[in-house]
Design a protein. Structure first.
Length: 315
């Protein structure tokens, strides 16, 4: 009777994050076909590209899948219309006010989930009428909350504030961490980094290989004056870090950032000058596996750890 499984009509309460340059139709379809909920990441797609990925995903799976839409996307109206006209029934929104589009999406029979990083925005999202929220902690890769609240602190606080289902995200890549999140009150989990480093992810192999060799502490949150983002420490990171240390202005930081940095790093494999977005949990992942292998491993480890905890339950 899991609320997330019931909401999305899926087997496992496991959602694949809609990541830029990683979450194409192959990844989304593979996750959905293996019992989770796959998401196409619209944030790095032109409208016509998103349409292509939706069409291919519909051909590759008869299971539920969704689209992640950053609400600050410059062509948001076109993206929303494509999603509606294509018959997509699940949308995850992020980076903006959910109140703007939730009603229209609901009126077209679409389930809406919004990503938040604080209790304040969790409450606002519920007031906006969303069906569930993703509570994403500081450990997560890519764009992050300014509050820098960790997942273990965030989930129980948000659970007290809202009545809608809560999906935990940030630092979750195993059955054990999934169980921990659900023990804190989450109804399900969203995993980005774990699925970014799979065979079906559209990220470049050089990027994936670099992530497999990360150690604890090899990622850092930067660009807090613009939009906080967690990246791997490389040459590009050093330029940003040095500029921030000397008090660079927003305009100076934007000039260093330029355009297409994340595409250069994640999709094209420039591990030196690219913006290599990945979560802290990457340092625990050392092998590229198929989505099917990953989900089965997560489920098996979750059940094994749950059995172990039951034996320890009488303290």
């Amino acid at each position: 009777m899991n609320r997330i499984c019931n909401l999305f009509k899926i087997k496992y309460p496991i959602i694949q994050g809609g990541m830029v340059w990683c979450s194409g139709w192959r990844l989304a379809a593979a996750v959905s076909n293996n019992g989770g909920l796959g998401l196409i990441g619209a944030g790095s797609m032109h409208p016509e590209t998103l349409q292509e990925h939706i069409n291919k995903c519909k051909s590759a799976t008869d299971k539920p899948f969704g689209v992640n839409i950053p609400l600050l996307y410059p062509e948001i109206e076109k993206i929303v219309d494509i999603v509606i006209n294509s018959g997509v029934k699940i949308v995850f929104t992020s980076a903006g006010n959910p109140k703007t589009w939730t009603e229209k999406l609901h009126n077209n029979g679409i389930t809406v989930v919004h990503v938040v990083s604080s209790s304040k925005f969790a409450i606002k999202s519920e007031e906006a009428g969303v069906d569930a929220i993703v509570a994403e902690g500081f450990e997560a890769g890519g764009h992050n909350g300014r509050e820098e609240t960790t997942t273990m602190c965030l989930i129980p606080q948000i659970k007290k504030c809202v009545s809608i289902p809560v999906i935990a995200a940030g630092g979750i890549a195993s059955g054990e961490s999934m169980l921990a999140a659900m023990a804190l009150g989450a109804d399900g989990v969203q995993m980005g980094t774990r699925f970014a480093l799979t065979e079906e992810s559209s990220a470049d192999f050089t990027f994936k290989d670099r992530c497999l060799r990360l150690n604890e502490g090899d990622t850092q949150l930067v660009l807090k004056k613009i939009t906080p983002v967690r990246v791997i420490k490389n040459e590009f990171y050093q330029k940003i870090a040095e500029a921030e240390d000397r008090g660079a202005t927003v305009d100076e930081l934007r000039e260093i950032l330029g355009k297409g940095r994340s595409k250069k790093g994640i999709f094209e494999g420039d591990i030196y000058e690219g913006e290599l977005e990945i979560g802290q949990i990457a340092s625990t992942i050392h092998e590229i596996k198929s989505v099917g292998e990953v989900i089965q491993e997560i489920v098996n480890d979750y059940n094994s750890e749950l059995d172990r905890m039951k034996k320890l339950s009488r303290l």
